[in-house]
Write a protein that binds this ligand. Sequence first.
Ligand code: SF4
Length: 408
Amino acid sequence: MAHLTVDIGGRPGLDCRGFCEYCYFKHVKETVPFGCRYCPPYKKGCDYCTRSVREYYQGFRELRDIADDVLARLQTIPDDVTRITISGGGDPSCYPCFTDLIELLSSMEAPLHIGYTSGKGFDDPSVARFLIDHGLSEVSFTVFSVNPALRKRYMHDPTPEASLSVLEQLAAEIDVYAATVVLPGVNDGPVLEETVAWLEDRGAKGLILMRFANSREQGLILGNSPVLRDQRVQTVEEFRDMVGDLAGRFSMKISGTPLWDPEIGSPFALAREPDLLGKLPRLEGKATVITGSIAAPFIRKILGSRGKGAHVVAVEKDIACLITIEDLQALDPASLDPLVILPGRAFVHDREAASILSRDGVERTVIRGPESLTADAETSMGMTRSGVLALEMEAFSDLIRLINRYGG
Ligand code: SF4
């Protein structure tokens, strides 16, 4: 079984017919490299934390380069290709040679998957039939609203009726996962209910609702806040309740990011599973576990069920994966244990973190925790509850073993 990802390049906003009003890549500034888990110990900044994080591509790649790349990769894959995913910084629907690209990839006779499209590039409804006939089996499609005027106003979709027609035809025949950023006062409330009902009626497999973020604490770390001046933002609790309410009223799967997947109970479904908690290793070491404000109560509960050695500290950032060095600077080092564990994906350089967190003269060891302790809605959308629980059990077991080993 081999899964081939085809990167078509492209720049968010620029290679998707202009920025959507709410796009997080709008106003992105040149910031110094953050540092991350991929950086070498002696250097802050690698390709991932300087370029990939802002999806810094030159533009769409030439079709010929993509074809050469695919051919070269096929020669290194021993098995048959069982799935092909089209990804990139720009929007596949806006790729200039889109039909040629699909024809090229469909010749490999593996199911095609479009990792993300806004559909803004679909001007002709007949493209849906073309895609289905060429093996498209799954697509993640940003909808924002099924009201064409709202799509036009907020996504700058020049042909919203055509895009919605493509979405409708795809939902009837293949696996369509819709997504929408929720702008309170714009596409929430009855507008959102209309969108959910429309998608369910057309046969979509699921909808992921994304809480709009407008400040650094909410996750805009590329110097780009606010994305929308004067736009109201839901609190995490309001957002979670809205997701739960909608999921309870429709049969299509509805989940939200950063919170929550009501069907699975994630993120951190493990926190409500006392029997499984009892199977985690006993916590014998001592450490401070740094995380974001959403994850902190869950991690505290899970680790607390296995011993008293973990001191879970939340920084002023909703999402742990988006923690940067400023968040660590705001902590009082004296309140930390000699061993400090950072989220696996936090955007900090380990050496810089160790020096900031030891600035009171007490040397602290800083290490990375598991890459992820749970599955967010985008990950859990295609997973079962037992799959998510297994992932969490493994990640928390690793974290506890790390604390026991280094925080003795
Ligand atoms: S389609 Fe996606 S990447 Fe492009 S501008 Fe809209 S939100 Fe940004």
